[in-house]
Design a protein around this ligand. Structure first.
Ligand SMILES: Cc1cc2nc3c(=O)[nH]c(=O)nc-3n(C[C@H](O)[C@H](O)[C@H](O)COP(=O)(O)OP(=O)(O)OC[C@H]3O[C@@H](n4cnc5c(N)ncnc54)[C@H](O)[C@@H]3O)c2cc1C
Ligand code: SF4
Length: 359
């Protein structure tokens, strides 16, 4: 099973152009997952006469599906990451229909369409259109660098836990809330009774499930490395650190452009006065984001045990009784302490550690 690791000598970095960037206005940057590239490109696309299909939460925040935006205001529901599996359906004209059929209709009606989803979403869309002999010259696609989502049932139970705790309905929800900037991500929920709840994402039951209980099919992801089929891939520019020209403490997107349509979207983005765009080093960007090219490897024993407990006793029980919960909590505590240590001191400690190891 090839994992398309860029360490393989045949990985052709010259076939991809990398960019980095972020929204200049902080109110926009704060509402997006990383630098807001997906939203900024969508805005340009709509301004140039197209329509955009993207992922949004269902009205009760217990699941995620797709939506279609024809105006810039309608793009708001797509902002930020939903870390769960989406249903490939869209609510249109009073009924639920397949998002792929909705896109097929739009293309057949001569519309210019941008679809943003995970790699396998884009793959499934292209496969469906080809099997129906649909001309997709007017279709532009973006996929996200993908760690693999957890199951929608996790979010459903997490929202229900919160609603029961606060005795109120959730009216707004994010798992990438930038309370202190890009990192660390917080869960942020607002309730109809005016209360607000926040916790560190990776210290939450949801965060644990995202890390340890991803969709099992992702072990065999067919859309990594050179097998990304979208025109462009967008993700967090994790390689971008303090001191680099393109750094922004409130989030930076990486854009990995593969096709002429991808280049076209970048050209449109260059005309935006709202988005700060930089050229980036492809090899550096890719090597610093392993989920672009590596499939997840699961600890199947943990996954199976969690799955059984989750289905029988619910999310919280499955998390606190998971075999690796103690180790995970320790690691999270370490991460929390590390955030208070200046980056210079961390680098110094790493150098000392490495010297000791090699002496
Ligand atoms: C499950 C999942 C795992 C991810 N793993 C990684 C990773 O390992 N490394 C990394 O660098 N980046 C990862 N990302 C991508 C990252 O979280 C950001 O979504 C990406 O950087 C885009 O940020 P942005 O600011 O440009 O997007 P925004 O401007 O905030 O827009 C968000 C876009 O993401 C789309 N979207 C959100 N959730 C979903 C979903 N569940 N399915 C399909 N489309 C969705 C929306 O349609 C929207 O277009 C992941 C995203 C998801 C959903
Ligand atoms: S890891 Fe691959 S298979 Fe899993 S959701 Fe992401 S793109 Fe799809």
């Amino acid at each position: 099973m090839s994992s398309n690791r860029p360490a393989d000598t045949d990985f052709d970095f010259t076939s991809i152009q990398a960019y980095a960037g972020y929204f200049k206005k902080s109110y926009k940057l704060f509402s997006c997952a990383s630098g807001g590239a997906a939203t900024a490109i969508s805005e340009c696309f709509i301004k140039n006469g197209g329509i955009v299909f993207g992922a949004c939460y269902t009205d009760d925040f217990k699941g995620a599906c797709f939506g279609c935006a024809r105006t810039i205001e309608e793009l708001e529901k797509f902002r930020s990451s939903k870390y769960i599996n989406t249903e490939k359906k869209i609510y249109d004209d009073g009924k639920w229909v397949s998002v792929f059929s909705a896109i097929e209709n739009a293309l057949n009606n001569g519309q210019k369409v941008l679809f943003i989803g995970l790699g396998c979403d884009v793959g499934a869309l292209l496969k469906t259109l080809d099997s129906h002999n649909v001309n997709h010259d007017a279709l532009f696609t973006i996929d996200l660098i993908c760690h693999g989502p957890t199951y929608a049932e996790v979010q459903k139970q997490y929202i229900e836990q919160l609603e029961s705790k606060f005795n109120s309905k959730v009216t707004s929800f994010s798992v990438r809330y930038k309370k202190k900037g890009w990192e660390p991500p917080y869960v942020h929920a607002e309730f109809s009774n005016g209360q607000v709840f926040e916790e560190l994402f990776y210290e939450s039951d949801f965060g644990f499930a995202f890390k340890k209980y991803s969709r099992i099919a992702c072990q065999n992801c067919q859309f990594k490395g050179e097998n990304h089929v979208a025109d462009m891939t967008v993700g967090d520019y994790w390689g971008c650190t303090k001191g680099m020209e393109c750094y922004n403490p409130n989030g930076v997107s990486v854009l990995l452009v593969k096709t002429d349509k991808g280049k076209n979207m970048v050209e449109e983005l260059k005309t935006s006065t709202e988005f700060q765009l930089y050229q980036a080093d492809t090899e550096y960007a890719v090597r610093n984001n392993s989920n672009y090219y590596l499939r997840r490897e699961f600890d199947m024993k943990t996954h199976r045990q969690f799955d059984e407990d989750f289905k029988k006793n619910g999310l919280h029980h499955a998390v606190v009784n998971s075999e690796c919960y103690g180790r995970y909590k320790k690691l999270m505590r370490k991460e929390r302490i590390k955030r208070f240590i200046p980056a210079k001191a961390v680098r110094f400690m790493k150098r000392i550690k490495s010297k000791l190891k090699h002496s």
